[in-house]
Ligand binder design. Structure first.
Ligand SMILES: *Cc1c(COP(=O)(O)O)cnc(C)c1O
Length: 337
């Protein structure tokens, strides 16, 4: 089976497991896990922020900034397809009380002028804007840096916090050659996932100022995310940052090859093809395409009426060639079978 469902299905390699086995540990709730501390220092250096905090998941990394800087009855500006709106069980509403306000976007990328227009100042009967949320990459697409700079400038003028959901920020960075710290400079905090394309079993890291991280640590505890000897997992994160970042380029090359093969078929209309992700529409029902490919050993998902293909270290260059051959040889009769 070729697994193109998500980069969350990646497995820790033998080398990563060795790093986990030999990790030094301590009680991280007391700040005494040396491996966790080292990972946090690395993340702070990479993002160019003062301090970093390991969090259980990307969802927690998104929720905590909403608890600290969003607030109850306040508005966060974001795109309709953003993860906080689509895939987090409404946590920013139910747990931080923040109201997501959808800004028009081009497949998730908000134009700075539209963000500006959506800001609410004070009115006795309106919720006020407190935050702007940008997702980078969004559906695989790196956010244009000039947009991010402009959005940050607007936020500063209105004293708004900018949270960057950088779950796949390393995919953006290796693709554009823009350092993670340059993207992160356009936000007040940034979270990234270790558990996706970087191949770790768990964790995200949240980075910002000392003051913010001090508060974030309390929120993490409140959410049940204070963990003990997490060096075992943090070691996987260190390994990933040292070995699995540059290799994301291979995933992007494989994505480009599969995208070209799809484009030639006549039954797939590419909507987004960027970094490690492809979204496509078809004149055939997507679920029938998904099941036809499943029969041939190629797994991918249906998302928002489109086929969604995600490349990761699960798929080699040789696998990609075979997947492309399966795509080229697919008979559309199989879509109605
Ligand atoms: C996966 C993802 C998250 C959430 O990460 P989990 O670790 O699954 O909670 C947040 N934002 C984006 C953009 C993601 O892709």
């Amino acid at each position: 089976m070729y697994d193109l469902r998500s980069d969350t299905f990646t497995q820790p390699s033998d080398e990563m497991r060795k790093a986990m086995y030999t990790a030094e540990t301590g009680d991280d709730v007391y700040g005494e896990d040396p491996t966790a501390n080292r990972l946090q220092e690395m993340a702070a250096a990479i993002t160019g922020k003062e301090e970093s905090l390991i969090v259980s998941s990307g969802c927690m990394g998104n929720l905590i900034p909403h608890m600290i800087k969003g607030g109850r009855g306040k508005e966060v500006l974001c795109a309709a397809s953003s993860h906080i709106v689509q895939h987090e069980i409404g946590a920013v509403v139910s747990l931080s009380g923040t109201l997501p306000v959808i800004v028009p976007s081009d497949n998730g990328i908000m134009a700075p002028a539209d963000v500006r227009k959506s800001i609410h100042g004070y009115a006795y009967d309106m919720s006020e804007t407190s935050m702007i949320e940008v997702e980078n990459t969004i559906s695989g697409q790196p956010y244009p840096l000039p947009f991010l700079k402009e959005i940050k400038k607007t936020a500063e003028e209105h004293k708004l916090w900018v949270h960057m959901d950088g779950a796949r920020i390393f995919n953006a960075s290796v693709e554009t050659r823009i350092p993670v710290s340059e993207y992160a400079a356009c936000s007040d905090d940034i979270t990234f996932c270790l558990s996706k394309g970087l191949g770790c079993p768990a964790f995200s890291v949240l980075s910002s100022t000392h003051d913010f991280i001090k508060e974030a640590k309390r929120c993490r505890k409140l959410l049940g995310g204070g963990m003990r000897q997490i060096g075992i997992l943090a070691a996987a994160g260190i390994y990933a940052l040292e070995h699995n970042v540059e290799r994301l380029k291979a995933d992007h090359a494989n994505r480009a090859a599969i995208s070209s093969a799809l484009e030639e078929t006549g039954w797939a209309e590419i909507v987004i093809s960027a970094t490690n992700m492809i979204f496509f529409r078809s004149q055939f029902p997507i679920d029938s395409i998904v099941s036809a490919f499943k029969k041939k050993g190629v797994l991918f998902l249906q998302d928002a009426g489109m086929g969604r293909i995600v490349l990761s270290l699960n798929v080699t260059e040789k696998d990609t060639e075979e997947i492309c051959a399966i795509i080229r040889n697919m008979d559309t009769k199989e879509f109605s079978a």
